[in-house]
Write a protein that binds this ligand. Structure first.
Ligand SMILES: N[C@@H](CCC[C@H](N)C(=O)O)C(=O)O
Length: 258
Protein backbone atom coordinates (compact mmCIF):
# COMPACT_ATOMS: atom_id res chain seq x y z
CA UNK A 1 0.00 0.00 0.00
CA UNK A 2 1.23 3.52 -0.82
CA UNK A 3 0.57 6.61 1.27
CA UNK A 4 1.73 10.21 1.01
CA UNK A 5 3.35 11.45 4.19
CA UNK A 6 4.83 14.74 5.31
CA UNK A 7 7.50 15.39 7.85
CA UNK A 8 7.20 18.35 10.27
CA UNK A 9 9.44 19.61 13.04
CA UNK A 10 8.75 21.99 15.92
CA UNK A 11 11.96 23.11 17.65
CA UNK A 12 13.52 19.82 16.57
CA UNK A 13 10.73 17.51 17.84
CA UNK A 14 9.95 15.73 14.56
CA UNK A 15 6.85 13.96 13.32
CA UNK A 16 5.59 11.89 10.41
CA UNK A 17 2.32 13.61 9.52
CA UNK A 18 -0.48 11.91 7.59
CA UNK A 19 -3.78 13.24 6.27
CA UNK A 20 -6.15 10.47 7.38
CA UNK A 21 -9.44 12.17 6.53
CA UNK A 22 -10.29 9.11 4.40
CA UNK A 23 -9.68 6.88 7.43
CA UNK A 24 -7.50 4.44 5.46
CA UNK A 25 -4.38 4.51 7.64
CA UNK A 26 -4.00 1.31 9.75
CA UNK A 27 -3.66 3.14 13.06
CA UNK A 28 -3.94 -0.03 15.18
CA UNK A 29 -0.74 -1.38 13.61
CA UNK A 30 1.77 -0.61 16.39
CA UNK A 31 4.66 -2.35 14.59
CA UNK A 32 4.07 -0.35 11.40
CA UNK A 33 3.99 3.00 13.22
CA UNK A 34 7.10 2.09 15.23
CA UNK A 35 8.86 1.09 12.00
CA UNK A 36 7.92 4.36 10.25
CA UNK A 37 9.34 6.29 13.22
CA UNK A 38 12.52 4.19 13.34
CA UNK A 39 15.53 6.32 12.29
CA UNK A 40 17.32 3.43 10.55
CA UNK A 41 14.58 1.18 9.19
CA UNK A 42 11.93 3.85 8.57
CA UNK A 43 11.37 7.57 7.95
CA UNK A 44 12.57 8.45 11.42
CA UNK A 45 10.62 10.62 13.87
CA UNK A 46 9.78 11.15 17.54
CA UNK A 47 6.15 10.35 16.73
CA UNK A 48 3.46 9.95 14.10
CA UNK A 49 0.43 12.20 13.86
CA UNK A 50 -2.84 11.65 11.99
CA UNK A 51 -5.11 14.49 10.93
CA UNK A 52 -8.70 13.23 10.92
CA UNK A 53 -12.19 14.65 10.48
CA UNK A 54 -14.12 15.77 13.54
CA UNK A 55 -17.82 16.65 13.74
CA UNK A 56 -17.52 19.55 16.16
CA UNK A 57 -14.15 21.17 15.45
CA UNK A 58 -11.91 21.83 12.42
CA UNK A 59 -10.08 18.48 12.72
CA UNK A 60 -8.96 15.78 15.11
CA UNK A 61 -5.32 15.11 16.07
CA UNK A 62 -4.21 11.56 16.89
CA UNK A 63 -0.71 11.24 18.33
CA UNK A 64 1.47 8.11 18.49
CA UNK A 65 4.87 7.94 20.17
CA UNK A 66 7.87 6.48 18.29
CA UNK A 67 7.13 3.15 20.03
CA UNK A 68 3.97 2.94 17.88
CA UNK A 69 1.48 3.46 20.72
CA UNK A 70 -1.12 6.19 20.94
CA UNK A 71 -0.25 8.52 23.80
CA UNK A 72 -1.29 11.66 25.60
CA UNK A 73 -0.98 15.21 24.22
CA UNK A 74 2.03 16.36 22.25
CA UNK A 75 2.48 20.14 22.41
CA UNK A 76 5.01 20.41 19.58
CA UNK A 77 2.97 17.93 17.55
CA UNK A 78 -0.10 20.09 18.19
CA UNK A 79 1.72 23.11 16.80
CA UNK A 80 2.92 21.08 13.79
CA UNK A 81 -0.53 19.70 12.94
CA UNK A 82 -1.92 23.24 12.92
CA UNK A 83 0.71 24.16 10.29
CA UNK A 84 -0.21 20.97 8.38
CA UNK A 85 -3.97 21.71 8.51
CA UNK A 86 -3.24 25.19 7.15
CA UNK A 87 -1.04 23.71 4.39
CA UNK A 88 -3.88 21.31 3.42
CA UNK A 89 -6.39 24.20 3.32
CA UNK A 90 -8.42 22.67 6.16
CA UNK A 91 -8.10 25.90 8.21
CA UNK A 92 -7.20 29.57 7.82
CA UNK A 93 -4.99 31.39 10.33
CA UNK A 94 -7.03 30.43 13.38
CA UNK A 95 -8.42 27.09 14.43
CA UNK A 96 -10.16 25.02 17.05
CA UNK A 97 -9.37 21.31 16.99
CA UNK A 98 -9.71 18.31 19.22
CA UNK A 99 -6.90 16.11 20.61
CA UNK A 100 -6.79 13.35 23.21
CA UNK A 101 -6.81 15.85 26.11
CA UNK A 102 -9.67 18.00 24.77
CA UNK A 103 -10.26 21.02 22.57
CA UNK A 104 -7.38 23.35 21.61
CA UNK A 105 -7.30 26.78 19.97
CA UNK A 106 -4.38 27.94 17.86
CA UNK A 107 -3.23 30.99 15.91
CA UNK A 108 -0.76 31.03 13.00
CA UNK A 109 1.63 33.94 12.31
CA UNK A 110 3.94 32.90 9.44
CA UNK A 111 5.83 29.82 10.74
CA UNK A 112 5.01 30.62 14.35
CA UNK A 113 2.14 28.74 15.95
CA UNK A 114 0.57 29.65 19.31
CA UNK A 115 -1.26 26.69 20.77
CA UNK A 116 -3.61 26.91 23.73
CA UNK A 117 -2.90 24.13 26.21
CA UNK A 118 -5.27 22.55 28.72
CA UNK A 119 -5.61 24.20 32.13
CA UNK A 120 -3.33 22.88 34.85
CA UNK A 121 -5.16 22.45 38.15
CA UNK A 122 -2.38 21.15 40.32
CA UNK A 123 1.40 21.29 40.61
CA UNK A 124 2.51 18.54 42.99
CA UNK A 125 5.73 18.81 44.97
CA UNK A 126 7.60 15.51 44.91
CA UNK A 127 10.73 15.82 47.06
CA UNK A 128 13.03 18.23 45.24
CA UNK A 129 10.99 17.92 42.02
CA UNK A 130 7.53 18.81 40.72
CA UNK A 131 4.93 16.78 38.88
CA UNK A 132 2.02 18.02 36.80
CA UNK A 133 -0.13 17.14 33.81
CA UNK A 134 0.01 19.67 30.98
CA UNK A 135 -1.79 17.30 28.59
CA UNK A 136 0.96 14.75 29.22
CA UNK A 137 2.54 13.85 32.57
CA UNK A 138 5.73 15.73 33.47
CA UNK A 139 8.37 15.53 36.18
CA UNK A 140 10.33 18.80 36.49
CA UNK A 141 13.66 18.92 38.27
CA UNK A 142 16.19 21.72 38.66
CA UNK A 143 19.79 20.60 38.11
CA UNK A 144 23.25 22.18 37.96
CA UNK A 145 25.34 21.94 34.79
CA UNK A 146 22.48 20.90 32.53
CA UNK A 147 24.77 20.76 29.50
CA UNK A 148 26.79 17.84 30.84
CA UNK A 149 23.91 16.20 32.75
CA UNK A 150 23.22 12.55 31.86
CA UNK A 151 19.59 13.06 30.76
CA UNK A 152 19.12 9.60 29.24
CA UNK A 153 20.45 7.69 32.25
CA UNK A 154 18.73 9.76 34.94
CA UNK A 155 15.57 10.24 32.84
CA UNK A 156 15.16 6.49 32.31
CA UNK A 157 15.83 5.82 35.99
CA UNK A 158 13.12 8.23 37.14
CA UNK A 159 10.68 7.37 34.33
CA UNK A 160 10.60 3.69 35.38
CA UNK A 161 11.80 3.86 38.99
CA UNK A 162 9.46 6.57 40.28
CA UNK A 163 6.56 6.48 37.82
CA UNK A 164 6.40 2.77 36.92
CA UNK A 165 5.29 1.23 33.64
CA UNK A 166 2.82 4.04 32.81
CA UNK A 167 5.70 6.42 33.32
CA UNK A 168 6.17 10.15 32.96
CA UNK A 169 8.22 12.44 30.80
CA UNK A 170 11.22 13.73 32.74
CA UNK A 171 12.45 17.32 32.39
CA UNK A 172 15.69 18.75 33.73
CA UNK A 173 15.97 22.52 33.95
CA UNK A 174 18.33 25.35 34.86
CA UNK A 175 18.02 29.13 34.71
CA UNK A 176 19.86 30.70 31.78
CA UNK A 177 21.72 33.96 31.19
CA UNK A 178 18.75 35.41 29.23
CA UNK A 179 16.43 35.37 32.25
CA UNK A 180 14.63 32.28 30.92
CA UNK A 181 15.29 28.58 31.41
CA UNK A 182 17.14 25.82 29.61
CA UNK A 183 15.42 22.45 29.38
CA UNK A 184 16.40 18.93 28.43
CA UNK A 185 13.73 16.23 28.30
CA UNK A 186 13.63 12.44 28.41
CA UNK A 187 10.40 11.43 26.64
CA UNK A 188 8.49 8.31 27.50
CA UNK A 189 7.38 6.41 24.41
CA UNK A 190 10.49 7.61 22.60
CA UNK A 191 12.57 6.31 25.55
CA UNK A 192 15.29 8.77 24.77
CA UNK A 193 16.12 12.44 24.99
CA UNK A 194 14.37 14.53 22.32
CA UNK A 195 15.43 17.97 21.09
CA UNK A 196 12.27 19.55 22.48
CA UNK A 197 9.00 18.63 24.19
CA UNK A 198 6.17 21.18 24.11
CA UNK A 199 4.16 19.85 27.05
CA UNK A 200 7.48 19.61 28.92
CA UNK A 201 8.39 23.22 28.14
CA UNK A 202 4.93 24.21 29.39
CA UNK A 203 5.48 22.22 32.61
CA UNK A 204 8.86 23.89 33.16
CA UNK A 205 7.39 27.40 32.70
CA UNK A 206 4.57 26.73 35.19
CA UNK A 207 6.90 24.87 37.54
CA UNK A 208 9.44 27.68 37.67
CA UNK A 209 6.63 30.15 38.38
CA UNK A 210 5.28 27.82 41.09
CA UNK A 211 8.71 27.69 42.75
CA UNK A 212 9.14 31.49 42.55
CA UNK A 213 12.11 31.14 40.16
CA UNK A 214 10.30 33.66 37.95
CA UNK A 215 7.57 36.19 38.70
CA UNK A 216 6.67 36.61 35.03
CA UNK A 217 3.68 34.98 33.35
CA UNK A 218 5.61 35.01 30.08
CA UNK A 219 8.51 32.55 30.22
CA UNK A 220 11.13 31.87 27.54
CA UNK A 221 12.39 28.31 27.51
CA UNK A 222 15.39 27.17 25.46
CA UNK A 223 15.31 23.53 24.37
CA UNK A 224 18.15 21.85 22.45
CA UNK A 225 16.15 22.39 19.23
CA UNK A 226 15.16 26.03 19.76
CA UNK A 227 13.23 28.55 21.82
CA UNK A 228 9.62 28.40 22.92
CA UNK A 229 7.56 30.92 24.86
CA UNK A 230 4.85 30.09 27.37
CA UNK A 231 2.28 32.64 28.61
CA UNK A 232 -0.43 31.97 31.17
CA UNK A 233 -2.81 33.33 33.82
CA UNK A 234 -2.76 31.99 37.34
CA UNK A 235 -5.51 32.13 39.93
CA UNK A 236 -5.47 30.24 43.26
CA UNK A 237 -2.87 27.83 41.93
CA UNK A 238 -4.85 27.06 38.77
CA UNK A 239 -3.10 27.89 35.50
CA UNK A 240 -5.33 28.88 32.56
CA UNK A 241 -5.03 30.62 29.19
CA UNK A 242 -1.76 28.77 28.71
CA UNK A 243 -0.25 29.38 25.25
CA UNK A 244 2.80 27.58 23.87
CA UNK A 245 4.38 29.60 21.06
CA UNK A 246 7.14 28.77 18.59
CA UNK A 247 8.10 27.73 15.09
CA UNK A 248 6.68 24.67 13.33
CA UNK A 249 7.82 23.75 9.81
CA UNK A 250 7.22 21.24 7.04
CA UNK A 251 10.58 19.72 6.15
CA UNK A 252 9.71 17.19 3.49
CA UNK A 253 7.11 15.09 1.70
CA UNK A 254 7.34 11.48 0.53
CA UNK A 255 5.59 8.24 -0.30
CA UNK A 256 5.28 5.45 2.23
CA UNK A 257 4.98 1.89 1.08
CA UNK A 258 4.41 -1.19 3.20
N1 LIG B 1 6.84 15.60 22.39
C1 LIG B 1 5.65 15.86 23.03
C2 LIG B 1 5.14 14.93 24.10
C3 LIG B 1 4.67 13.63 23.46
C4 LIG B 1 4.00 12.70 24.44
C5 LIG B 1 4.96 12.06 25.38
N2 LIG B 1 6.04 11.38 24.76
C6 LIG B 1 4.16 11.11 26.27
O1 LIG B 1 3.91 9.95 25.88
O2 LIG B 1 3.72 11.55 27.34
C7 LIG B 1 5.37 17.31 23.27
O3 LIG B 1 5.86 18.14 22.48
O4 LIG B 1 4.59 17.65 24.17
Amino acid sequence: MEYTFYKYQGTGNDFVMIDNRNNQFPKDNVELIAKLCNRRFGVGADGLILLENDENTDFKMMYFNADGRESSMCGNGGRCIVAFAHFLGVIGKETIFVAVDGVHEAIIENDVISLKMVNVHEVKEKGDALFMNTGSPHHVQLVNELKSFNVVKEGARLRYGVYGEKGSNINFVEKNELGGFNIRTYERGVEDETLSCGTGVTAVALGMYHLGRTNENKVRVRALGGHLEVTFDVNNGVYSNIFLKGEAKQVFKGELSW
